[in-house]
Design a protein around this ligand. Structure first.
Ligand code: NBP
Length: 480
């Protein structure tokens, strides 16, 4: 039988996706640049399955049903361009190329257009869930040529994770690079969630908690509104011990790595002018963590308060759980603000409820909370901001004072809380109807004649001769 899909790239993600698709009844043809990996895979993991191998791209394409569907699962960037260049002459108009890597959405925008000119349908498909997700059901975020969606819908939705209601965690996100943009935002939110958990961990350490107490606390939190995969595996990590019986976590060097999707989320936020402050702080926190040598030299030289534990640990941990929930709400509100702006800018018509459901299971940020977000956007698809939804409005109203107390504790005890503080500052800024930016406008007009609007007459820009000399010549407003 001819193959339903060809998959290029037999690293951890590719192999597991192939086995997953095979389980769902699809015939997959596998190819990898280094041929030995194909042979090893067919003789090993894939033995006894319907998976076929190919030793060249020609052979791969020749073994597929028409219209042909080829999924690329390799290192993103120029390697993908190279494979597309080789594939293009082998394919016919109406065939589909899916890129399942973490590509920069701007590159996917370009490829959808360029391949479209040759009649080839391109989808940039975010894949989340790591190795386990790929094997048993990832969250899939396809976007690109809309004509490709009916061709691959059944296969991708069968491969994807399912929500508790049985909905596939996979839907068409929008045209161009929409799928990769949604995946990028997912990863940015993941950076934010992880940083918040790390800050909660440092606050718990300041209470003198040992690793059994830490594990028990995170396990308990996983039965609260914080119910999520990241909290669940944090509890497991806290409990994990080496063969010598010591907790492993404190032995791990505190220098965080990053592959770039968090950074690209922050760059996009700056490009579009959307205050996605928590994710940006989470990226900077990783950068600061990487300055280990300087931090070690700074520690004995730079003064600050020694942390003292809170008087009532149980009450403190309750507040901390509330604060984490409040900060998480604010981070997701920011993430969805970014999605809304990109959707408007690129005319993607992103469906926020469907994005939340796509992230509900399968991916790294999967959580019960995403079900609440889907509900909010189902109730009102044109919801301007998550904080205006009744459920989240009530939740933030209930928990904001805990966030305030936890940030205050961190400040007074010299514990860095960049993500918690960013959440709180954003919240207080967002709920300020009349802020201090009047002074920014006045300063800009005073030193650069950039002009300002009066509250009584918005839309009309005027310049004031603040000093009585220098004349009335105005510069451009630069208010774009
Ligand atoms: P890697 O990102 O480690 O890529 C390894 C694969 O890329 C191998 O099959 C390798 O072939 C192939 N490759 C390279 Br490198 N350069 C190539 C080239 N010039 N031409 C053809 N093939 C080339 O694999 P991965 O971790 O499975 O990730 C695949 C994609 O999925 C990436 O974009 C990644 O960001 C994304 N992703 C990964 C995860 C995860 O948890 N790992 C999760 C979600 C998304 P070779 O065997 O011949 O060297």
């Amino acid at each position: 039988t001819k193959g339903d899909i060809g998959l290029i790239g037999l690293a951890v993600m590719g192999q597991n996706l192939i086995l997953n698709m095979n389980d769902k009844g699809y015939t997959v043809v596998a190819y990898n640049r280094t041929q030995a990996k194909v042979d090893k895979f067919l003789a090993g993991e894939a033995s006894g399955t319907k998976v076929q191998g190919a030793s060249s791209l020609e052979e791969l394409v020749g073994k597929l049903k028409s219209p042909r569907v080829v999924m690329i699962m390799i290192k993103s960037g120029s390697p993908v361009d190279g494979v597309i260049d080789e594939l293009k002459p082998l394919l016919s108009p109406g065939d589909v190329i899916i890129d399942g890597g973490n590509e920069d959405y701007r590159i996917t925008n370009r490829r959808v257009k360029e391949l479209g000119e040759a009649g080839i349908l391109h989808l940039g498909c975010g894949v989340s869930g790591g190795e386990e997700g790929a094997r048993f059901g990832p969250s899939l975020m396809p976007g690109g040529a809309p004509e490709a969606w009916p061709i691959v819908k059944d296969l991708l939705q069968a491969t994807a994770a399912k929500t508790p209601d049985g909905e596939p965690c996979c839907d068409f996100m929008g045209s161009g690079g929409a799928g990769h943009f949604v995946k990028m935002t997912h990863n940015g939110i993941e950076y934010g969630d992880m940083q918040l958990i790390c800050e909660a961990y440092s606050l718990m350490l300041a209470q003198g908690m040992d690793h059994d107490e830490l594990a028990a606390t995170f396990t308990e939190w996983n039965s609260s509104e914080l119910d999520s995969y990241l909290i669940e595996i944090t509890a497991e990590i806290m409990a994990f011990r080496t063969d010598d019986g010591e907790p492993l976590l404190p032995l791990i060097l505190d220098k965080a790595g990053q592959k770039g999707t968090g950074r690209l989320t922050a760059i996009s936020a700056l490009d579009f002018g959307i205050p996605v402050t928590l994710i940006a702080e989470a990226v900077f926190a990783r950068c600061l963590s990487a300055l280990k040598d300087q931090r070690v030299r700074a520690a004995p030289q730079l003064s600050g308060p020694a942390a003292s534990s809170a008087d009532d640990r149980t009450a403190f941990l309750d507040k901390l759980r509330s604060a984490l929930y409040a900060a998480k709400i604010l981070s997701y509100a920011q993430g969805f603000m970014l999605l809304a702006e990109a959707s408007a800018k690129f005319e993607w018509e992103l469906n926020m409820a469907s994005i939340a459901l796509t992230w509900r299971e399968g991916c790294i940020i999967r959580s019960a909370f995403l079900g609440n977000i889907a509900d909010a956007y189902h109730k009102d698809p044109s919801l301007e901001n998550l904080l205006f939804d009744d459920f989240f409005n009530a939740a933030i109203t209930k928990h904001e004072s805990a966030l305030r107390e936890v940030v205050a504790y961190g400040v007074l005890n010299g514990i860095a809380l960049p993500a918690f503080s960013a959440a709180l500052s954003f919240y207080d800024g967002f709920r300020t109807a009349d802020g201090s930016a009047c002074l920014i406008q006045a300063l800009r007009d005073r030193f650069g004649a950039h002009q300002y609007e009066l509250k009584s007459n918005p839309g009309t820009f005027i310049h004031t001769n603040w000093t009585g000399h220098g004349g009335d010549v105005a510069s451009s407003t630069y208010n774009a």
